[in-house]
Structure formats: structure tokens, C-alpha cells
Design a protein around this ligand. Sequence first.
Ligand SMILES: Cc1cc2nc3c(=O)[nH]c(=O)nc-3n(C[C@H](O)[C@H](O)[C@H](O)COP(=O)(O)O)c2cc1C
Length: 178
Amino acid sequence: MEPKELLSIIKGRRSIRKFLEKKIPEDHLRLTMEAGIWAPSGSNIQPWQFVLVRDSGLIKKIKLVSPGLFGNPDALVVVCVDRDRYEKAGKIGYTMSIMDASMATQNMMLMAYGLGIGSCPIVSFNKLAVREILELPENLEPVIIVSLGYPEEWPHPPERRPLSEVVYVDGYGKHYRG
Ligand SMILES: Cc1cc2nc3c(=O)[nH]c(=O)nc-3n(C[C@H](O)[C@H](O)[C@H](O)COP(=O)(O)O)c2cc1C
């Protein structure tokens, strides 16, 4: 693959908030979650646990307690972190687990995009309520919900801050000019 192709995949993924009423094949959901577990993980603790939600009744219930969940996705992946795992990394364990969960999420969203599936990472949801709906044990904390479905459209990309503003070279304030 040309490096530019990978960049165009990364640039092409969008947060999707309007979905078609179309089922995602099981094997595509599997591939998406497989991409998730291949994310890097601090000390390779792999603190994540995914709850795949396909039942439309459950999705509706989760929607009711999730102000940040838009549209009617076909499936959700509720990305949780497992305290019993991240505690092994000591004080920094929880912070690392959030990083790990975020990387797994990005992997899943990119894989989904590669399969023509739209996604959105959602943090605006009621953790307690989602815990109850999914009957999660105390050690599992849901941290990100990934909605999945075929997009009604691929929206225009929201603007990015330019590299010249984001990157400093060899110390604070020395703007990148590359
Ligand atoms: C940590 C995080 C939390 C987010 N939470 C929500 C959310 O609750 N609801 C939502 O619609 N989008 C959410 N988003 C998606 C962002 O709004 C979106 O990524 C951003 O506007 C850039 O658009 P793009 O993903 O299409 O490039 C979240 C993104 C991140 C990284």
C-alpha cells in the first residue's frame, strides 16, 4: 500500500450520526472488533472488554440515556475497561486503560470505514445507566460507545488545525514549517 493511501483512509473516516436501515454482516462486525484487539496496549495489559449490542431494544434503551448518540445505528460496541486488569499496572493503570480503549476504538472505526461502515465514538452517555442496561459487573467501566451502521451520507470533514500550529520542533513555540 502507498503511504498516501493509508493517509487518505485516516482522513476519510468521519463521525456518522445518520444511518441507513441496513444490517451489518456478522463477519464485518467481527473484523471490526478484531481490529480493536490489535491496538497497542500499555504493558500489553489489554484492559478492554467489548460489549457488542445488536438487539434493537437494547440499542433504544442505551439511546435514551446517551445524549451524544445520534441516529439509529445497527450495532454498538460498548468499550469497557476492566479494573481487575488495569490495576496490575499500578497507579498509572487507569490512565493507560483509557488510552488503550481509545486506540482500540480508533482501530475499530478505521476498520469499519474500510468496510464501508460508518461509526461515531460517543462519550456523552450515562455510565451508570448503561452499566445497568448491560448488566455489567462492578469491575467493568464503559468508557466509549462506538455506534456502527451504514451512513446516510459521508459528511464533509470538520476542519483540522494545521500542522504549522499543532507541531513545535525542538521545543515550545518553534513552529513547524515542513
Ligand atoms: C473522546 C471523544 C468523544 C466524543 N464524543 C462524542 C459524542 O458523545 N457524540 C458525538 O456525536 N460525537 C462524539 N465524538 C465525535 C467528535 O465530535 C468528532 O470526532 C469530531 O467532531 C471530528 O469529526 P470527525 O470524527 O468526523 O473527523 C467524540 C470524539 C471523541 C474523540
